[in-house]
Design a protein around this ligand. Structure first.
Ligand code: D5M
Ligand code: FE
Ligand code: ZN
Length: 500
């Protein structure tokens, strides 16, 4: 039987098991019977033990003789040893934190500059690809008498389907606009075009027909991730735990499961291997929706346990104070937090999260946030644009957040679609653009866990600690709560820890 399976049997009766006791238990052939016996013994005990220790098991005389090295008195009641992560200084660098920037007021000029900036920076990435080095301007194409293969880099302003099933993209660059035709006979390209969304920048190779008025596409390029990318690794054996969407204050917040996560961080529960992993955790990222907020959706009041947002943040801070002191915590906001909704979002303010500001190891940052942790680049974004991607793109679903995230990293943009559900603030600089490919690409928001690796980038959705809400039930959304992705920054491997 797997460690986790054994632990979950105990956890169902609210009992934790010391790692050494777990090792001892596993020596039993008839482990199911042994577990039942232990659970019934704990019910009988005068003072119900919170943790099953080696001593307790031995007092029941049901395990094999401990070997000399495992003499119980050596291990039980020893002082808590130093965690490996305590031996290392944190190495955190933040790039481009929007919290420190001033925001535009969203006028027309800001809007024009915003799209220019988006175009120029994505075009630069596209032009870096061999096949697009010699891309022409749309103005040149419009005026040329040349007939043959041409390449353009343009922003998609419109996507239409003709009655015959051809796809027509209206494409713009700073010099002009031109329609691009994807023929219904080109199955492969038609399939690729399903991933194209409005306002993204793509490269197109195609042919000019009789006139210079339309390009018949033969190939489409996304900015994408270079295919020879080496993933950065930490030299030190440091570990990063990633959570989001705790929704403290909601009646659906899974407090017991969250406490289990905190106990694990403290080395109090889990198998020997899992405790060793906990001892290496140096960083914790909280990817937004810390609290459920107030007045976020219609009839939310009925699902709120704490109706005052300040108290919700107090409670959240109380939980974070249980994180071991040597762990650095990065906190970004989500759409339920008390901060402007338009993205990029600044950090949750001191007015609401004062207690978090008083904790020196808590870094309050904006959304999105680009951080380097022990040499590993992490891009964290709450993930609201997943709603737009999932509703606009065929083949996407809430149950596969990593698939939707993959299409975004290929577009090198966190929020490619402008003016749908995600409110975007038109800054003069597009903060949502992914100039530098990170080693870890982290989102939350959709409440489902997903992990994938793509060309040296680990894509992680950190799920939630909130049970399905009535709203999500109506939409048939199935959250995967109380699962925490834990990244070994030295090996670049990710474990999903289940706290149910
Ligand atoms: O969002 C949690 C999940 O629920 C996320 O995938 C979106 C979905 N959700 C929540 N509210 C709405 C509305 N109003 N429309 C569509 N989808 C929604 P969270 O940000 O935690 O509420
Ligand atoms: Fe959420
Ligand atoms: Zn959210």
């Amino acid at each position: 039987m797997e460690d986790l399976e054994i632990l979950s049997k105990f956890l169902k009766s609210n009992i934790n098991v010391h790692p050494l006791a777990l090792q001892e238990l596993k020596k039993n052939e008839n482990i199911d019977a042994v577990i039942d016996r232990i659970i019934s013994e704990t019910q009988k005990a005068e003072k119900k033990p919170e943790v099953i220790t080696l001593d307790f098991i031995e007092s029941l005389h049901l395990t094999a003789e401990p070997t000399a090295v495992q003499a119980p008195q050596v291990f039980v009641e020893r002082p808590r040893k130093r965690f490996l992560a305590e031996e290392y200084e944190a190495e955190i660098k933040f790039k481009n934190d929007i919290t420190k920037k001033s925001f535009s007021n969203g006028n027309i000029q800001g809007f024009v500059e915003y799209f220019n900036d988006r175009y120029e920076r994505l075009a630069k990435i596209l032009r870096g690809r061999n096949r697009l080095r010699d891309a022409a301007t749309i103005e040149w194409i419009r005026n040329t008498s040349f007939r043959g293969s041409v390449k353009i880099i343009g922003m998609v302003s419109e996507i239409r389907k003709s009655q015959k099933g051809h796809v027509i993209l209206e494409v713009e660059d700073p010099t002009g606009a031109i329609p691009v035709l994807i023929l219904n006979s080109n199955r492969e390209l038609l399939e690729i075009s399903r991933e194209i969304v409005k306002d993204e920048v793509v490269g197109i190779e195609g042919n000019l027909g009789k006139s210079s008025d339309i390009v018949i596409a033969s190939e489409i390029f996304f900015p994408d991730v270079p295919n020879n990318r080496e993933q950065n690794k930490s030299e030190a054996p440091m570990v990063l735990a990633i959570i989001s969407d705790t929704h403290v204050g909601s009646t659906k917040f899974l407090e017991n499961e969250f406490l289990k996560f905190l106990k694990w961080l403290n080395g109090e529960i889990g198998s020997a291997k899992q405790v060793q992993l906990a001892e290496r955790v140096k960083y914790l990222i909280v990817g937004g929706d810390l609290v459920d907020g107030v007045g976020i959706y219609p009839e939310q009041e009925g699902e709120l346990l704490i109706k005052d947002i300040h108290v919700q943040y107090e409670k959240f801070a109380e939980f974070l104070s249980m994180v071991p002191g040597h762990i650095e915590i990065i906190v970004l906001p989500g759409n339920h937090d008390a901060v402007r909704q338009a993205e990029p979002q600044p950090a949750i303010s001191e007015e609401f999260a004062g207690r978090l500001y008083n904790d020196a190891r808590v870094h309050m940052v904006g959304n999105p946030c680009y951080a380097t942790l022990h040499g590993v680049d992490v891009l964290s974004y709450h993930g609201r644009s997943l709603d737009d991607v999932i509703s606009n793109m065929p083949g996407m679903s809430y149950s596969q957040p990593d698939k939707a995230m993959l299409t975004l990293i290929k577009k090198r943009h966190l929020t490619p679609i402008y003016g749908d559900k995600v409110p975007l603030a038109p800054e003069v600089y597009d903060y949502m653009l992914i100039d530098e490919v990170p080693d870890i690409f982290h989102f939350g928001h959709v409440h489902t866990v997903g992990v994938t690796n793509y060309r040296g980038v680990t894509l992680i959705n950190s799920g939630t600690f909130q049970q399905q809400t009535s709203f999500q039930r109506k939409l048939n959304m199935l959250p995967t709560p109380a699962i925490v992705p834990v990244v070994d920054l030295q090996k670049q491997t990710t474990t999903k820890m289940i706290f149910r």
